[in-house]
Design a protein around this ligand. Sequence first.
Ligand code: C6P
Length: 425
Amino acid sequence: MASVAGGTPKARARRAPAVQPFADVRADFPVLQREINGHSLVYLDSAASAQKPRQVIETMERFYSYSYGTVHRGVYELGREATEQFEGARERIASFVGWDPACSIFTRNATEAINLVAYAWGRDNIGAGDEVLITEMEHHSNIVPWQLLCEETGARLRYLSVIDSGELSLDELDEVLAEGRVKLVAVAHVSNVLGTINPVGEIVKRARAAGAVTLVDGAQAVPQMPVDLGAIDADFYAWTGHKALGPATGLLHGRRELLQEMRPFLGGGHMISRVERDHSTWNELPWKFEAGTNAIAEAIGLGAAIDYLARIGMDRVREHERELAAYALERLPEVEGLTLYGPDGADGRGGVVPFTIEGMHPHDIAELCDREAVCVRAGHHCAQPLMRCLGVGATARASFHVYNVREDVDRLVHALGAAREVFEL
Ligand code: C6P
């Protein structure tokens, strides 16, 4: 069983934080003041959804309290203010990832962004005999929409394998592309389970050379590392705001020519230019893909979250996540019977560390950690095909954000030791 409290002076020194680059930001997150079961909160589930700084909460409260109005409709002052704040948020979010605001569409979440492409692009561009290429490390959001599309069109869904190192093989990608049937390559930028950072720029380049369109699922990337969409150059890039310290709203960034050619995803108000009795014409980008009333406060809240992250600097955020993942990879093996998954070392992975402990179900691990107010996620993480590749039904997973410190990892290791004692392991 892991030695969790006390220990040698050397071990204590190792546990003490070497640097605390973000100790100052912790005060911005009201939830961290909470105690649960008599313990201060340790939140290690940011890959599922991140906590919100008061700057985001206050921006949304201010908007709802004093500026609320619907966008693009009201000619009155409140409507103008709401529209300015909403479109201002879009501009700052687009510039944060280096893309054109007119080609940056607000969606409900990453899932809806990917479905938008599967329906509005996929139905007209994928047919029988074509192939859609995804990978074994995809989240269900980047699997199921393509299964539905392939079932409907008679296309074939293929998977690139995850090799032992937890990475994708570019040689295998080349081999599949060389067969000449792949019309779309859809791949996660960062795996939500393994943390693997995929070489998406290179994947896009090779896919394009083979005549395939590309979609990158950036749900786990934009929240924790610098992302330059111009450099990646994918045709579509989807992500979700609630993992990036913002509220639940998503983004789809798309190549202008493709978005212009595509049919709309949902029909209704706001997405039209003119409606006749039996046909309609479409609004300009990006509104062609934003039917109905937007999640206005959420978009404005995400703008505040992006401002917050930009003030810290995404290079620093990435370095912080890398450092915490490295510390977790160093300390977790102290827990007897623990198996880690994902790439060796922290350089090629985001702030995500999945693990299992022999003799304990991951749900028991998470529940016993909760007794010490340590929040980790357990389950298949919406990646069941990947779980099968790993030969497990589920894992526990710790994930980090700017508010985490090395002591949080120490608390996790302590909670896991206590959990093993409960199981008398
Ligand atoms: N992953 C996790 O705990 P939505 O729900 O649409 O905001 O995000 C979906 C999604 C898509 N792609 C990846 C790579 C993701 O990680 C997620 C969400 C959460 O890992 C919930 S299952």
